[in-house]
Design a protein around this ligand. Structure first.
Ligand code: HSE
Length: 343
């Protein structure tokens, strides 16, 4: 028997389109393999508009329309014109997939979307770091009270299953330290600069490839990585720290001469997000550009690829390397959460 799972999407930018592409090409196979038919019933995007059909919208048609016109205007649908909150409240979606832009200062508007969905007994999946870094404890409590689940895998390292690996499999081995390349944009820029590119060109390329945040200051000054460090602290080490608890700097102070000097010494600059349990039990959290010897597990991670290096008491060191940004890898994180909720 195949069960229908109705999805209401908030946001149809890179990630929303990545998810639609995955469903267009794979939903049939997922239905056969998992007995779950993932159907998009609604999309609400602040710029492109809103479309809703309780029977389901065709993912390919949504993609074609947005590619052709940049919006949903004129697309046949039972209902148009809702904003995100109305869609969350009034659609028949079982799961709200929150993919609006990240705001690491307030977590809005995503946090309001979460609360509305939870109040209406809908599961919520997000790839958005804002609500997870700033309000996870509160949102998780609300979800529990209302009998729904949250999926947040895509908030760190996109579909590379860092949170699930750390939480479900490494927790009992006692994670003492995590060091990660958690931001694809800065790693891409550092690699390009090592190959001789100038900083502005490398940043422009990262933006064109869809890795960078809407405001890339969040990437290059280390705020994006700091948000991910806060999420790792909450989900893997059970500590609710704040953005300002992270000792943070970015990569903008690095000059071509710095990059060259490291290269000549057999080292590479990497922006490393780290968490470490101190002997007194407290947690040190940082994001810093540092020089690593090329033999280090994280030094060979290139381009927009991300990595997390876990040091555990019982298992020793475990390194996970994989995509950290981009439309399909981030869209795929939503599939992981859907399967975790429904299987
Ligand atoms: N701007 C982020 C990055 C996107 O470059 O890693 C994924 O969170």
């Amino acid at each position: 028997m195949v069960r229908n799972v109705r999805l209401g999407l908030v946001g149809f930018g890179n990630v929303g389109q990545g998810l639609a592409q995955i469903l267009r090409d794979n939903a049939g196979e997922y239905a056969l393999t998992y007995g779950l038919n993932f159907v998009i019933v609604a999309v609400a995007d602040a710029i492109k508009g809103c479309v809703y059909d309780p029977q389901g919208l065709d993912a390919g048609t949504l993609l074609d329309k947005v590619t052709a016109d940049g919006n949903f205007k004129g697309l046949p649908a039972e209902k148009t014109g809702w904003d995100a909150l109305s869609m969350i409240r009034e659609s028949n979606a079982d799961v709200i997939v929150e993919m609006s832009y990240t705001d690491l200062k307030t977590g809005e508007p995503a946090t309001a979307h979460f609360k509305e969905a939870i109040k209406h007994k809908k599961h919520v999946i997000t790839t958005n770091k804002g609500p997870v870094a700033l309000h996870y404890g509160e949102l998780e409590g609300l979800a529990r009270q209302n009998g729904v689940k949250l999926g947040v895998e895509g908030s760190v390292m996109s579909g590379t299953p860092t949170l699930r690996l750390g939480r479900e499999l490494l927790g009992a081995a006692k994670i003492r330290k995590v060091q990660g390349i958690l931001n694809g944009t800065t790693n891409f820029i550092l690699c390009q600069m090592e190959s001789g590119a100038a900083y502005p060109e490398a940043l422009a390329e990262a933006q064109a490839l869809g890795y960078a945040e809407a405001d890339p200051t969040g990437d290059v000054e280390g705020f994006d990585a700091a948000g991910k460090v806060v999420i790792l602290a909450r989900l893997l080490m059970n500590e609710q720290i704040k953005m300002e608890d992270v000792d943070r700097s970015g990569i903008t102070h690095l000059t071509p001469a710095d990059i060259q000097a490291a290269k000549e010494a057999g080292e590479r600059w990497k922006l490393i997000g780290a968490l470490e349990r101190r002997n007194d039990g407290s947690l040190a959290a940082s994001v810093k550009a540092m020089r690593l010897p090329v033999s280090h597990a994280l030094a060979g991670v290139s381009g927009a690829t991300n990595a997390a290096h876990f040091s555990t008491d019982l298992l020793g060191d475990v390194t996970l390397i994989g995509p950290g940004a981009g439309r399909l890898p981030t869209g795929y994180a939503v599939i992981e959460d859907l399967l975790a909720i429904y299987r």
